[in-house]
Design a protein around this ligand. Structure first.
Ligand code: NDP
Length: 241
């Protein structure tokens, strides 16, 4: 890998938006580190992307795996210039006890996971005067029925990011991207039947391709250091809510 290219670490790189971001950043000349639990997915993506991509299996709810990943990034690539907190799960359902383990999983992945990865990589970002990109959601601004726990995690990402912006800038830029519906496998993991069908139907009829979000992320990262696109809300034009 060339030592001069900026290093972008992306969580949730095994599918959807994270995969698209990795592809886009490689095409823009970055080195990328692909984090995810499904090793075969990130390994085959890294192989396809070539020598500018490195796959490391890591679970954002397992701090030890993140620390090990950060050590490899430091040793093999000299540290991260960019961290993209993208890993997430959306297990929508009417709010009820049946879903309590899914509430916990969403908070532990979407919110605490992002916090954990950030605190682990923070020294690397400080050393590089780097960039932090948090993938939130339109569900961090509007909260339809069934989205209570998921929206709580994305509202949490927005509030946490706002405080980080004040703390970390100007040394580390903090950017929040809030996508509307994106055509990914996110909704396939919903266990509540009616909620899954509704989300899949929305995906099939309303959603934009993940490449649209990847291009927005690359654009934001490519702005000169004197400005920061702190918050970007991107809906498909046909999406009302
Ligand atoms: P995908 O399901 O395609 O991707 C989710 C990614 O998160 C996967 O790569 C998955 O990798 C990873 N992930 C999940 N749990 C963990 C974990 N514990 N540790 C590490 N990685 C994990 O969905 P999207 O691409 O759509 O989602 C990406 C982000 O975009 C999420 O934060 C989501 O909330 C957000 N978003 C999505 C929208 C949409 O409509 N699709 C709209 C707005 C925001 P693996 O299973 O290999 O670990």
């Amino acid at each position: 890998m060339s030592p001069t290219k900026r290093v972008a670490v992306t969580t949730g790189a095994s599918s959807g938006i994270g995969e698209a971001i990795a592809r886009e950043l490689v095409s823009e000349g970055y080195r990328v580190v692909l984090l995810g639990r499904r090793l075969e997915r990130i390994a085959s993506l890294a192989e396809e992307l070539g020598e500018t991509a490195l796959a490391i299996q890591a679970d954002v709810t397992d701090r030890n795996s993140i620390v090990a990943a950060a050590e490899r990034v430091q040793e093999e690539l000299g540290g991260a210039d960019i961290l993209i907190n993208n890993a997430g799960v959306m297990l929508t359902a009417p709010f009820a006890s049946d879903q309590r383990s899914e509430h916990r999983q969403m908070v532990e992945t979407n919110l605490l996971g992002a916090m954990t990865v950030t605190e682990v990589f923070l020294n690397q970002l400080r050393a590089k005067k780097g960039d932090l990109v948090n993938i939130s959601s339109v569900a961090g601004r509007v909260a339809p029925a069934g989205f209570a726990a998921y929206s709580a995690t994305k509202w949490g990402i927005n509030g946490w990011s706002e405080a980080l912006r004040v703390e970390l800038q100007p040394d580390i830029r903090v950017m929040v991207i809030e996508p509307g519906a994106v055509a990914t496998e996110l909704s396939d993991h919903i266990t509540h039947d009616d909620s899954r069908k509704a989300a899949q139907d929305y995906r099939d009829n309303v959603a934009m391709p993940p490449q649209d979000i990847a291009e927005v992320v690359a654009f934001a990262l490519g702005r000169p250091k004197r400005i920061t696109l702190n918050e970007i809300l991107v809906r498909p034009t046909v999406q009302a809510m």
